[in-house]
Design a protein around this ligand. Structure first.
Ligand code: ATP
Ligand code: MG
Length: 460
């Protein structure tokens, strides 16, 4: 009997695939004693969704990052549920839910501010009843992915083996794609043929490096191999989606590691072509970006606020300076040159990453304030302290200095000025008289290249 079962369930292990029987992956089922996920660590709302769908006669599992992170002893960011109920059926079970997405329809079940994302099992596109459910571009890109299927099909349509582990109402974890093996080996392993899967959705290349950085995993060799060659496929992805991905890449606490992997696999230059042209390992651009990302990681660890505006300001700053110098050589005064350069750099960058106005606007202000911060006479410094973006601009100034820009003590001056009381502030401003002069118009260029506030900063 046992032999018969063994011969039916041919345990053929293919890259990224688990045991396979009759061309269908077979789940390895791990009871709680084996997978060790403590039930109390699972979101009660996610468990509630499983129970309610189950009671309504549907299958439902927690899948993805929630299961993966719990297996690694981490606190999941969110919990996703996969089910055989269609979005409309899920809607009927939960009054507090809404269907979202077009390219990929899912249901959000709302519990106050907590959202559980419920996704119907995805199937193979050859099973589509009508063309509009699944649409594939000539390049292999999936334009629409609303073909529903079984849990086995759903598993192999997920991106990485460690993301294809299913936690069920029975408390067992089902593993269709050798995800447990890769959790043990601490590696990101794409499911199926890497090139096909990246062509279907090039964002998977970004997800691979993001997850490797976040989890401190390696990229399995076949998963890593084609990325540099296929990186430019990301040019087909909308700039809005790439903005969302950029935020996940750099604002999740492992930005420096993510940046290093993006450079290694030639992804950074696709997302940031302008900045990448000025980048050499260890040069000013590289140090500035690393410093900005390291600060972001620290702030996230300390539960401090971070904003894409500041980060983008840093990534684009060397390109901005280059454009500014170009415009100054063309005859524009420094401040006008800065504004013109900002427009140019932003309009180039948003072709790839759709930075929304609410971030590009403050980013530009941070840049403009870099110039204003050099103008400290005649009460300007006092007024500057009241500027709503003074703090961000000051932090940015310190960042530039940390990265090696020689601003002749400007950062320290502002540090002292903020700490100083009335008389002391006057003294600090008086001392400037000797170095800064007292030009009233900040826009006029004064003689002496290295005197005054509007000098071009020096980089090392
Ligand atoms: P995070 O910790 O960032 O939430 P995650 O793996 O949960 O990581 P989500 O974006 O929440 O990422 O996606 C949930 C799950 O959906 C993934 O674990 C994966 O199984 C699947 N998935 C997400 N994006 C893709 C994709 N582009 N291609 C295939 N499967 C995907
Ligand atoms: Mg998730």
């Amino acid at each position: 009997m046992l032999d018969w079962i063994k011969s039916r369930v041919a345990r053929v292990t293919r890259p990224g695939k688990g045991p396979v029987a009759n061309n269908k992956p077979v789940a390895v089922v791990l009871p709680p004693a084996q997978h060790g996920i403590p039930e109390e660590k699972i979101s009660t709302n996610a468990l509630r969704v499983l129970d309610r769908l189950h009671e309504a006669g549907y299958e439902a599992h927690i899948v993805g990052g929630g299961v993966r992170d719990l297996l690694l002893g981490l606190r999941p960011k969110d919990f996703d549920v996969a089910t055989n109920a269609t979005p409309e059926q899920v809607r009927q079970v939960f009054r507090n839910s809404r269907i979202i997405g077009r390219r990929f329809r899912i249901v959000h079940v709302l519990f106050g501010r907590d959202v559980i994302e419920v996704t119907t099992y995805r199937g193979h596109h050859s099973n589509a009843e009508d063309q509009s459910q699944g649409e594939v571009h000539d390049s292999g890109l999936l334009l629409r992915d609303n073909v529903y299927g079984t849990i086995e099909e759903d598993a192999v349509r997920r991106d990485f083996t460690v993301n294809a582990l299913y936690y069920g109402v029975d408390g067992n974890v089902r593993d269709f794609c050798n995800g447990m093996r890769d959790i043990g080996l601490r590696r990101i392993h794409i499911i199926g043929d890497p090139e096909t899967r990246y062509r279907e959705d090039p964002v998977r290349m970004l997800r691979a490096v993001r997850l490797a950085a976040k989890l401190d995993f390696t990229l399995e060799k076949h998963t890593a191999a084609p990325i540099a060659r296929l990186a430019t496929l990301l040019n087909d992805i909308s700039n809005a989606r790439l903005f969302d991905e950029m935020v996940k890449l750099f604002m999740a606490g492992s930005a420096v590691k993510t940046y290093e992997l993006m450079i290694e696999h030639q992804l950074f230059q696709v997302l940031f072509p302008g900045p990448a042209r000025l980048l050499q390992p260890g040069n000013y651009s590289d140090r500035l970006i690393r410093q900005a990302l390291a600060n972001t990681d620290t702030r996230i660890r300390n539960d401090q606020r971070v904003t894409p505006a500041f980060l983008c300001a840093a990534i684009l700053w060397p390109a901005l300076q280059q454009q500014q110098q170009h415009a100054q050589h063309g005859g524009l005064p420094p401040y006008e040159a800065l504004q013109k350069a900002a427009q140019k750099v932003i309009s180039e960058q948003v072709k790839r990453i759709g930075i929304p106005k609410r971030f590009s606007q403050p980013m530009q202000e941070i840049w403009e304030l870099q110039w204003q911060l050099t103008r400290r006479q005649g009460g300007r410094a006092e007024r500057m302290l009241e500027h709503p973006r003074f703090r961000a601009a000051y932090d940015f100034l310190l960042l530039r200095e940390q990265a090696g820009e020689d601003l002749q003590g400007l950062g320290q001056w502002w540090t002292d000025f903020q700490a100083a009381e009335g008389n002391e502030r006057e003294r600090l401003q008086r001392e400037l008289g000797r170095t800064e002069g007292s030009s009233r118009s900040g826009r006029r260029r004064r003689g002496g290249r290295n005197r005054g506030g509007n000098r071009a900063p020096q980089q090392h």
